[in-house]
Design a protein around this ligand. Structure first.
Ligand code: DAH
Length: 380
């Protein structure tokens, strides 16, 4: 009995259709079956094994199992020929030679197809739309801060960076807050130790700068401040301020006014009107609050709607927006740092950055600044 080649073929390889490796498969099978029924079936399975090899390595493995010099079933079958009867040898020999030739052709066709697929997988499709790289940007508060620092730089102010953890004395005492003065109540303070606080404002920076340097001074103090606030849409327990300080001989309220007007018009537009209202801060005398005409209603207090008018939500109908605190440096503050209040005078101001950014960009909710939601941050 001649070798049954189909027996030695892995059955898992012959599931599927072989015509992609041999388009004339049906004719070839018929021709072989006419010579030897089992050869026809073997050939159909063997071509399918080649046609369904998915990688060059798999194809090589199957090719060796079929036609390899050592392990190939076809090779074994040919080697067995001399032992067959003359009649068998004739038909079997013819069939096996055809099998060998056609399988060789099928293997080559499949190999080419795998190579072509690999090439087109590696190819670059220049028509595919590009991926835009994600580009970051400064945080909206950093933008406002930098714009303000730029403005004050133009007015001759340099930046002084001061600490976030302060002693009670620098945050309050040297700024003329008496030990039990009610003005402390406005600053809900985080205490880190008995006399150590998270600074509640950037004003302690003036004291540090004045203790280190001699007048004249023209400085701005940007930074983060902390208050034990109940958090809501307009209050956070940390936010940012910029203080300014100008100390020299003969600095007057007129200098302060000119500086604040320049500031207000630079950030809210050249038509902005301003007013100063007297207000108490322990570290200045006189102290004042700077208001600017509302940038949304231009001071009217109302805005037009489809059906008439409604109260302006930015200034709550008052027509004015509180921008900052300011004043002339209190003589006690000069004394605390060793300056002679008979020799020098100075003005100071302090503003909240979140507030300015909210008014300017119409941001309704202070917590957005800290959430780091890129959908918010990308808008600025
Ligand atoms: N430090 C004050 C606060 O946070 C704000 C302030 C008021 C700063 C008046 C000043 C100033 O420099 O002159 O409430």
């Amino acid at each position: 009995m001649p070798l049954d080649l189909l027996q030695s073929l892995d059955p898992a390889w012959s599931a599927g259709d072989g015509t992609s490796a041999d388009p004339a498969l049906a004719d070839h099978v018929a021709e072989l079956s006419a010579l030897d029924e089992s050869l026809g079936r073997f050939y159909a399975a063997a071509v399918t094994a080649l046609a369904t090899a998915n990688t060059p390595a798999e194809l090589r493995e199957r090719q060796l199992a079929l036609l390899g010099r050592e392990r190939g079933v076809v090779t074994h079958a040919l080697a067995e020929m001399p032992a067959l009867s003359v009649d068998d040898r004739k038909r079997r020999g013819k069939g096996l030679n055809l099998v060998k030739r056609w399988l060789g052709e099928a293997e080559e066709r499949r190999r080419r197809a795998l190579e072509a697929a690999a090439e087109s997988a590696d190819a670059i499709d220049v028509t595919v739309p590009g991926l835009r790289p994600w580009v970051g940007r400064p945080h909206v508060l950093a933008q406002v801060r930098d714009e303000l620092l730029d403005l004050f730089h133009g007015l001759g102010f340099s930046v002084y960076t001061s600490r976030e953890v302060e002693s009670d004395d620098y945050n309050f005492g040297k700024l003329n807050f008496g030990p039990d003065h009610p003005a402390r109540d406005a600053h809900d303070t985080y205490f880190v130790g008995a006399d150590v606080v998270l600074r509640t404002h950037t004003s302690p920076g003036w004291v540090r700068a004045m203790e280190e340097r001699k007048p004249p001074l023209r400085l701005v103090f940007p930074g983060r401040v902390f208050r034990a606030e109940q958090v809501d849409a307009s209050h956070m327990d940390q936010f940012h301020q910029i203080d300014g300080l100008y100390v020299d001989r003969d600095v007057s309220m007129a200098h302060l006014k000119a500086t604040l007007n320049t500031f207000a018009r630079s950030i809210f537009g050249p038509k902005t009107r301003t007013r100063l209202i007297p207000i108490y801060f322990p570290f200045v005398e006189p102290g004042c609050q700077l208001d600017a005409s509302c940038i949304v209603c231009d001071g009217a207090g109302t805005v037009a709607t489809a059906g008439g008018t409604k109260r302006c939500s930015v200034c709550s109908g008052g027509g004015w927006i509180e921008l900052l605190g300011a004043g002339m440096v209190h003589p006690n503050v000069f004394r605390a740092v060793g300056y002679d209040p008979e020799q020098v005078t100075g003005f100071a101001f302090g503003m909240g950055l979140e507030r300015i950014a909210m008014v300017r960009h119409g941001i309704p909710e202070i917590r957005l600044f800290l959430e780091n939601d890129t959908r918010f941050l990308e808008q600025f």
